[in-house]
Design a protein around this ligand. Structure first.
Ligand SMILES: *Cc1c(COP(=O)(O)O)cnc(C)c1O
Length: 382
């Protein structure tokens, strides 16, 4: 039997041991963590909607009407009018014929990749794709080929070598640990040239990019021809929970038949769908949230540059500070916490070896003084 204690000790020695912090306040910028008041810079609630009164109210009204649990999977008896209305509203939002709700983004990614590809097929993935996309590739049993980060020429070369089987190109829209944006027009052209599908997981783009929050595809002005499979998660800028796939009628019908993580799991609580419908309205209409976010990002980047901190090439709310060494990243995160700033240290295997970092994220709920406070503390600690 495996010696679990020895393995845990080794993780500690390598600076890779992970521990959960206990939060005892609602999701938000001002949090109570590990017994102290902190300003949080590590949530994915980019627009500040997770605790918005309209969204909270919609969930309360939803539970009054629907109860708590959905009671069954979508195909058995769990697909309510609340889920269905949300799917239709997400279809209108993404400008695609249909969408399909999944219980989490992780499951959507496993479900789509493994439904579309199998033995004898090829899945091409950016090296820095989210773990759930890589796991989807592995689960599918297709040959998984990883291409250099954001490198459409490298992808093109790999695609050209394969002339049999299904080919599926998979990328994050906004890379979750780096904050940069995938070169979707070039990836779409490469995929089209080689008769491959393109699947974009825009967990961090929806709500943040595009004039009305349409995400990375809206940012580049791409439609379903270029990006036939579009994934969104609802736990980030939507401030809620769950995920969706958007695409053609036949894609969605096929997934309903074949995607096992769709079929064999309980449907989201309907009240969560109601809350998400409320957040979708705010996300599309309250442009000031996106504008404010951009102002905060600019303020941070110019302040950090003045301090001589090394920023990454990101113009999204994900603004990592590259540290390198695991222990140093953790020590820095702990030093910041003592000064009331909550930022997580991200270590391998979430990021490549030697690239541990502080992953700073901004939210429209932050104030300019919060950014200034962050810069002051970084200047002292770094
Ligand atoms: C968070 C995330 C997911 C997982 O979504 P969940 O709904 O949290 O399971 C998938 N892909 C990317 C790129 C993510 O950042």
């Amino acid at each position: 039997m495996r010696n679990l204690n020895a393995e845990l000790t080794r993780l500690k020695q390598q600076g890779l041991y992970r521990q959960r912090r206990i939060l005892d306040s609602a999701t938000g910028i001002y949090a109570h963590a590990d017994g102290r008041e902190v300003i949080s810079f590590c949530s994915n609630d980019y627009l500040g909607l997770a605790n918005h009164p309209d969204v909270v109210k919609a969930m309360q009204t939803g539970t009054d009407h629907w109860g708590v649990g959905s009671g069954a999977s979508h195909l058995v008896n769990g697909h309510t009018a609340a889920h269905h209305a949300l799917e239709e509203e997400l279809a209108a939002f993404t400008g695609r014929p249909r969408t399909l709700l999944f219980s989490t983004g992780y499951m959507a990614n496993l479900g789509v990749i493994a439904a579309l590809c199998g033995r004898g097929d090829y899945v091409f993935e950016d090296r820095l794709n989210h773990a759930s996309l890589l796991d989807g590739g592995l689960l599918s049993q297709a040959r998984l080929q990883r291409y250099a980060h954001g490198d459409s020429a490298a992808l093109e070369t790999q695609l050209a070598r394969r002339d049999s089987g299904e080919k599926l190109v998979v990328t994050d829209g906004v890379f979750s640990m780096d904050g940069d944006i995938a070169p979707l027009p070039e990836l779409a052209a490469a995929a089209k040239d080689h008769n491959a599908w393109l699947m974009v997981d825009d967990a961090h783009g929806f709500g943040v990019l595009g004039a009305t929050g349409g995400g990375t595809v809206a940012h580049f002005g791409l439609g379903m021809d270029e990006v036939p499979i579009l994934i969104g998660t609802l736990g980030k800028a939507f401030g809620s929970f769950g995920a969706f796939v958007a695409g053609a009628e036949e894609l969605i019908e096929f997934l309903i038949q074949k995607a096992r993580p769709y079929i064999y799991t309980t449907a989201l609580p309907p009240a969560v769908a109601e809350a998400t419908r409320a957040s979708l309205k705010l996300l599309q209409t309250e442009n000031w949230r996106r504008d404010k976010l951009q102002r905060l990002i600019q303020r941070f980047r110019s302040g950090a540059a003045e301090l001589g901190l090394t920023l990454m090439d990101s113009y999204t709310p994900i603004q990592p500070l590259l540290i390198g060494d695991n222990d140093r990243a953790v020590a820095l995160s702990q030093a910041l916490l003592k000064q009331g700033i909550l930022i997580g240290a991200i270590r391998p295997p979430t990021v490549p070896e030697g690239s541990a970092r502080l992953r700073i994220t901004f939210s429209a709920a932050h104030r300019e003084v919060d950014v200034d406070q962050l810069l002051t503390v970084l200047e002292m600690a770094a």
